[in-house]
Design a protein around this ligand. Structure first.
Ligand SMILES: Nc1nc2c(ncn2[C@@H]2O[C@H](COP(=O)(O)OP(=O)(O)OP(=O)(O)O)[C@@H](O)[C@H]2O)c(=O)[nH]1
Ligand SMILES: [Mg+2]
Length: 353
């Protein structure tokens, strides 16, 4: 899974990217000036709890690739502000994180989000129009070109939506049409989390950007408020210093936790956990996936030879403190193949090959 960070210049994208990376390796994105990518560990207090509890040889968290897309915007008045390469490097991503400057006081965050949204819309509209033009040429030459006709139909529909300033993520399409549209990597079809990057002195005072929050709701964006610099500072602390610092700042948990949770949620993803004496591991699944699909994520043999899944919900894990205690209390459930895995489930697959 890939997530692209975008936003106007100097909004705090790179600061947030480094906070998310938490010291992990970053590399340049070939062919895109200033863009970087890196694989982040999905922060998850539940995973950390299991690792502390079982102290395994190996701890394997879930990971997500993030791309710091850089902002290729011309500051020169006579040039179009957004070059054609503004979204280069973040076209092929599954979700977008839009960082907006709400710390400097020189930018109106709502206007900034609107402006980038307009640009995303225009980028899609240009792509739709280009493709429609070529399709019409084909259809004039060959009236019976069926796939082209279907594509023309769905793109004409999409053009209407975009001209009405409606992002494609808010529209519903038939599965066939959705499949056609997916192929285009439209920017307004991607789920987006708007990050209001607020000043460190405003961390305690919530609700300052109620208008922005309302706008996000109307446009199908998730909304997270954080201070990128503080987030970065937190990652520089030792594990001993961190709790003290968070308490002093009045922060319950680092905001990057919430941000990644929102991205997961926007993408319709959940996490389940497995453990044995060798390894504690977090796994990612689409919401609605079944126990046998979870088994297949771990190993194809487990799916093939699936007998039952032993399942402990995260709430019960917390309640009993450990798998062993829960087992003792008879709280472990035996589930069939079709059981729909819930976020936070701890799972042990019984299988035979
Ligand atoms: N006070 C304050 N300053 C911040 C915060 N986040 C970023 N900055 C400052 O804003 C400036 C830009 O931050 P970057 O993270 O480089 O922003 P960017 O969006 O990557 O910038 P470009 O890549 O040039 O578009 C830096 O001087 C940061 O120190 C914040 O939360 N609070
Ligand atoms: Mg940057």
């Amino acid at each position: 899974m890939k997530v692209g960070i975008l936003g106007l210049p100097q909004s705090g994208k790179t600061t947030l990217f480094h906070a998310l990376l938490h010291g992990a390796h970053e590399g340049a994105v070939p062919g895109v000036a200033g863009a970087h990518h890196g694989t982040i560990t999905v922060p998850d207090a539940r995973f950390d709890y299991l690792v502390r509890l079982y102290n395994p040889k190996r701890a394997t968290p879930a990971t997500v690739e993030f791309i710091d897309g850089a902002a290729h915007i011309s500051a020169e008045r006579h040039k179009p502000a957004f070059g054609t390469d503004f979204f280069q490097g973040i076209r092929q991503v599954d979700a977008l994180v839009h960082v907006v400057d709400a710390f400097s006081g020189t930018v109106d965050p709502l206007q900034a989000v609107r402006r980038v949204d307009e640009e995303l819309l225009l980028a899609d509209l240009m792509m739709v129009e280009g493709r429609i033009e070529r399709l019409e040429k084909t259809l004039r030459a060959r009236k019976d070109a069926m796939p082209e006709r279907a594509e023309h139909e769905v793109l004409t529909h999409a053009r209407g939506l975009l001209e009405g300033e409606k992002p494609l993520r808010l529209a519903s399409f038939t599965p066939d049409h959705e499949k056609i549209l997916r192929g285009f990597n439209f920017m307004t079809m991607k789920p987006m989390v708007v990050v209001a990057n607020i000043h460190e002195t405003h961390l305690q005072s919530g609700g300052r950007f109620a208008e922005l929050e309302a706008y996000c709701q109307q446009h199908g964006h998730r909304y997270v408020q954080l201070c990128a610099e503080i987030e970065y500072e937190i990652t520089q602390l030792s594990p001993e210093e961190e709790p003290e610092f968070l308490q002093a700042m009045g922060i319950e948990e680092p905001a990057r936790f919430r941000l990644v949770r929102e991205v997961y949620d926007a993408l319709g993803l959940i996490t389940f956990f497995t453990f044995n004496e060798n390894e504690v591991r977090a796994w990612t699944l689409p919401r609605g996936a079944t126990a046998v699909e979870a088994a297949g994520r771990i190993h194809s043999d487990m799916a093939r030879g699936f007998i039952r899944a032993e399942v402990l919900s995260w709430q019960q894990m917390e309640q009993y403190g450990s798998w062993e205690n829960a087992k003792h209390a008879g709280a472990i459930r035996l589930e069939h193949k079709e059981y729909v895995v819930q976020d936070g489930d701890v799972i042990y697959i019984r299988f035979k090959v």
